[in-house]
Design a protein around this ligand. Structure first.
Ligand SMILES: C[S@@+](CC[C@H](N)C(=O)[O-])C[C@H]1O[C@@H](n2cnc3c(N)ncnc32)[C@H](O)[C@@H]1O
Length: 240
């Protein structure tokens, strides 16, 4: 199903995440040994560094990256947007949502391909582990660039095909054999966790995604690999 495009992909993805939402956080923690929290903190800190104002997390899901942004110095408000009320309800009920030490965090339903915000509304925008699920990746990056103000930052944290080698072979074994089994046992949904590794196979290379950033008009574009190389943090800036 990772080959789907357009509205078919949007619908498939929406139904899948609605189904797995109750076990989504637990599965993330099990699959990454808890590392996804560290990667999200790192992404938020990098994204918000030196900026002051409101931050956006696109396709926020259960809100971890939005909360991480809200904890960054300089960020006075974080907004998480997602297609699904099932995911956003979990986000809004997390203890972090009422944590008085963080900037205020709010969640709204919306489509990453048509963000419900005016141009230049945020100092930065992030998206975590969601681009692979989008029907149109260039449109998603272009929308993030549109709502960020000049001098602001766009970043994405995403699974990425690994360069060929022993790590890639081990990664494939883990993702294609072990993860679907874990999905079946823990989330009761082998199909969703078979889609996950396939969606990486169909996704852009890290360099290909960097090129999408450049095509969206972003500058100082770059990326670095995390987690043995299977995760990439891409970044770019909107020209002043
Ligand atoms: C794998 S989850 C990632 C959630 C969260 N960002 C994280 O890092 O844990 C993918 C999320 O993307 C959302 N999503 C997929 N397509 C979307 C779109 N077009 N607009 C908004 N959200 C979308 C799904 O509803 C889901 O919550």
């Amino acid at each position: 199903m990772a080959h789907l495009r357009g509205d078919d992909k949007r619908q498939y993805v929406a139904e899948m995440f609605a189904r797995i939402s109750p076990r989504y956080d637990l599965m993330n923690s099990l699959m990454t040994g808890g590392l996804h929290h560290r990667w999200k903190r790192e992404t938020a800190r990098f994204t918000a560094a030196g900026l002051q104002g409101a931050a956006l997390d696109v396709a926020t899901g259960t809100g971890d990256l939005a909360f991480a942004l809200a904890r960054c110095p300089g960020i006075d408000r974080a907004v998480g947007v997602d297609l699904l009320s099932e995911m956003l309800t979990i986000a809004a009920n997390k203890p972090a949502a009422s944590d008085k030490c963080t900037a205020s965090t709010s969640f709204i339903m919306g489509d990453a391909l048509q963000l419900p915000f005016p141009d230049n509304a945020f100092v930065c925008a992030t998206a975590g582990f969601s681009l692979r699920n989008m029907a149109d990746v260039p449109a998603a990056i272009a929308e993030m660039a549109r709502v960020v103000s000049p001098g602001g930052r766009v970043t994405t944290l995403e699974l990425t095909p690994m360069p060929p080698g022993i790590r890639a072979a081990l990664g494939r074994l883990y993702f294609h054999r072990f993860v679907p089994l874990m999905g079946q046992v823990v989330a009761g949904d082998r199909t969703a966790y078979t889609y996950l590794p396939s969606s990486v196979d169909y996704f852009l290379t890290a360099e290909g995604l960097a090129e999408v950033y450049r095509q969206a008009g972003l500058v100082n574009v770059g990326y670095r690999r995390l987690g043995l190389g299977g995760v990439a943090l891409h970044h770019g800036e909107k020209p002043r």
